[in-house]
Design a protein around this ligand. Structure first.
Ligand SMILES: [Zn+2]
Length: 215
C-alpha cells in the first residue's frame, strides 16, 4: 500500500495518482522480481523553496538545477506539486501522464535501492541507475526526443558529465536497446554488482552505438 502526503487542495489529484500508480508499480516490481519494497512514502511538495532546500542538502557537489523536480535521496519519493512543475520553463508542457510516469521513474529508484543498498545516483554507476529508471519508469517523457548520436559521447561522459551532456535521453535509448536484447535478470544483476557492470559496460555502449548506427 502506497502512502502519499499531500495538501488537502491536491486530494483529487493525489487519488487519481494512486490509482494509476498501482498498476505501474506492480509491473515494475515484477521486473525486479520482488514482492515488496523498502518502506517509503510519496511526498508532494507544495512549497517550492522548502522542496529546493531539502533537495540541496543531498546534492553535495552537484549543482541544483530547475529541472530537478523529484528525488529519492532520503528513501522517499519527493515530488514538486504538478502546477509548480508546470511553472518551470523546461517542464511547462508536462502532462499529468508524464507527471505520473515521473513518479514511476522515482519508484524504480526505490526498487533499485531495495535490491541493492549500494546502488545510488551518487556513485560512479549512477548512469545505469538512470538508465533503468527512464526505460521502465517514464518512457513516454522521451516521446519525440531524437536518437542521440552515440559516437559523440562516451561511457566516460555518462559517468562523469551526466548533467552537462544531458545524459537522460542517451541512457533512455541505451536502455531501450538493452531491454530488447537482455533478460530482466541480467539487467537487475548489473544493479547488484558494480564490478560486473564496470566490466561489461564498454561492450554494452559499443553494442548500443552499433545498433543505432544502422537506424
Ligand atoms: Zn532518476
Amino acid at each position: 500500500m502506497i502512502q502519499i502526503d499531500y495538501d488537502k487542495n491536491d486530494k483529487d489529484f493525489a487519488e487519481k495518482l494512486l490509482t494509476e500508480l498501482q498498476t505501474h508499480t506492480h509491473e515494475i516490481m515484477r521486473f525486479f522480481n520482488i514482492k515488496k519494497v523498502n518502506n517509503f512514502k510519496i511526498k508532494i511538495w507544495r512549497d517550492k523553496q522548502k522542496y529546493v532546500n531539502h533537495l540541496k542538502t543531498f546534492l553535495k557537489n552537484r549543482p541544483y538545477q530547475e529541472w530537478m523536480i523529484a528525488h529519492t535521496y532520503d528513501g522517499n519519493i519527493n515530488m514538486l506539486a504538478f502546477d509548480l512543475v508546470q511553472k518551470i520553463e523546461c517542464h511547462k508542457d508536462i502532462t499529468t501522464q508524464e507527471f505520473i510516469e515521473n513518479i514511476c521513474h522515482e519508484f524504480v529508484h526505490i526498487c533499485q535501492k531495495t535490491v541493492s543498498e549500494n546502488s545510488s545516483p551518487q556513485n560512479d554507476n549512477g548512469w545505469y541507475w538512470e538508465l533503468l529508471a527512464t526505460v521502465l519508469g517514464n518512457p513516454h517523457n522521451f516521446d519525440g526526443w531524437k536518437i542521440p548520436d552515440f559516437s559523440k559521447y562516451s561511457l566516460d561522459d555518462l559517468k562523469n558529465r551526466f548533467d552537462e551532456i544531458d545524459g537522460y535521453p542517451i541512457v533512455f535509448y541505451m536502455g531501450k536497446y538493452l531491454l530488447q536484447t537482455k533478460s530482466p535478470e541480467q539487467l537487475v544483476a548489473w544493479i547488484k554488482n558494480d564490478n560486473q557492470l564496470d566490466a561489461d559496460a564498454p561492450t554494452l555502449y559499443k553494442e548500443t552505438q552499433k545498433y543505432y548506427q544502422k537506424k
